[in-house]
Design a protein around this ligand. Structure first.
Ligand SMILES: Cc1cc2nc3c(=O)[nH]c(=O)nc-3n(C[C@H](O)[C@H](O)[C@H](O)COP(=O)(O)OP(=O)(O)OC[C@H]3O[C@@H](n4cnc5c(N)ncnc54)[C@H](O)[C@@H]3O)c2cc1C
Length: 337
């Protein structure tokens, strides 16, 4: 965000709570070991997708090698069977059928969806595209809409429950959707990830997460951005429902635009004191639904029957993406000289 604002003529300063860049995209050392819990699949790692252009503009991929997965994961069931998640949908289909021939129909549909989605690309910065370029990106997605709708409305846990083979369900649940991991992860997310892996655009960056974040930090500084670490924002200053600055270490800092890139809870509850929460957001946060997918779990869909399959364990129907909270979203203005 900071890099793109600088590129577009804004004079920016970032206040970060930690002493390092990256937020969740981080790693740390203990007793000679490096713990890197974050990036193991970076969408846009390879040049066959638009997102790669964005990482290039951020100087995050130049000179960096990526491990593109042929085999993403191997799960072993309690019965001693093995499932290998190949990123080639043909191999994956064979592998799943080997373990669960009785689930042939569902397996073929799933692998076909990976093939179809891997052929489409995600548009970046559509507002900068001409009409024909925009149509070139949008039309394939319109064609894929029924497929997306089907798989977005189902989480991995539900998908597993529809499988006749308990071995395949157990193995897939270990990938995403197990009770201890992300039971609400939509199948479309899994399909999209495997689709990007299939075209070698979803790899692991050699050097790890913190190095990746540091590259973007360098780019930001080169672009003239200013960074403060160990600077926790206590509150966003609001006047007449407009964000006009922030308070850090008891000091006011005024700005023409204020953009929070902190997590939603810190922004909405702490920095804004809960004053700009929509009922849907409040319900989502209070119910503790944290795996929120913009396309699968939006409260705008709450009356649709397909929502039943996506219902969370807590039973909450709401999500944070249908936000109408926008005190800081003023129209962008170029820097004044
Ligand atoms: C275990 C794990 C594995 C992951 N694996 C992948 C992966 O393989 N591929 C992938 O693409 N993504 C992965 N992710 C997700 C990815 O890390 C996040 O999507 C990404 O880091 C989100 O970035 P962000 O800047 O929006 O938010 P965050 O990373 O949450 O950054 C928010 C920042 O705001 C700061 N902040 C918070 N409150 C304040 C405050 N009051 N004042 C000042 N600063 C504040 C925080 O210190 C932090 O630096 C993974 C995440 C985790 C946890």
């Amino acid at each position: 965000m900071g890099c793109y604002l600088q590129m577009n003529g804004f004079d920016t300063e970032i206040f970060g709570m930690h002493s390092l860049p990256g937020g969740l995209c981080t790693a740390w050392k203990r007793q000679g070991y490096t713990f890197d819990g974050c990036i193991h699949w970076l969408m846009g790692s390879g040049p066959a997708t638009n997102l790669h252009r964005m990482w290039r503009e951020l100087h995050a991929v130049q000179g960096r090698r990526f491990v593109e997965w042929d085999e993403y994961l191997r799960a072993r069931t309690s019965g001693g069977q093995t499932l290998t998640i190949y990123t080639d949908p043909d191999r994956l289909e064979q592998e799943m059928l080997r373990l669960a021939p009785e689930d042939g129909k569902l397996i073929r549909r799933f692998c076909q969806a990976i093939r179809s989605l891997s052929a489409a690309d995600l548009p970046v910065a559509t507002e900068k595209m001409g009409l024909f370029e925009r149509l070139g990106y949008i039309l394939p997605w319109i064609r894929l809409a029924p497929l997306l709708k089907t798989w977005s409305c189902m989480n991995v846990q539900t998908f597993c429950s529809r499988l006749k083979s308990r071995a395949l369900a157990e193995a897939l649940g270990a990938l995403y959707g197990g009770e201890g991991s992300m039971p609400d992860f939509p199948v479309s997310g899994l399909i999209m990830m495997l689709g990007f892996m299939h075209k070698s655009c979803c790899g692991y960056p050699i050097g790890g997460s913190l190095e990746f974040a540091r590259a973007i930090e360098r780019r930001y500084r080169e672009l003239g951005g200013r960074l403060r670490y160990n600077a926790r924002v206590e509150r966003i200053l609001v006047e007449e429902d407009q964000a006009v600055g922030l308070v850090c270490a008891g000091q006011e800092h005024r700005a023409e635009e204020v953009i929070s890139c902190a997590d939603g809870h810190a922004t909405l509850f702490d920095m804004l004191g809960g004053r700009y929460l929509s009922p849907a957001q409040r319900t989502a946060y209070e119910a503790g639904t944290c795996m929120i997918s913009r396309w699968a779990r939006c409260s705008r869909w709450k009356n649709r029957s397909c929502w039943r399959t996506g219902r969370s364990r807590s039973g909450a129907w709401a999500c944070a993406c249908s936000a109408s909270t926008r005190p800081w979203r003023r129209k962008a203005r170029p820097r004044r000289s």
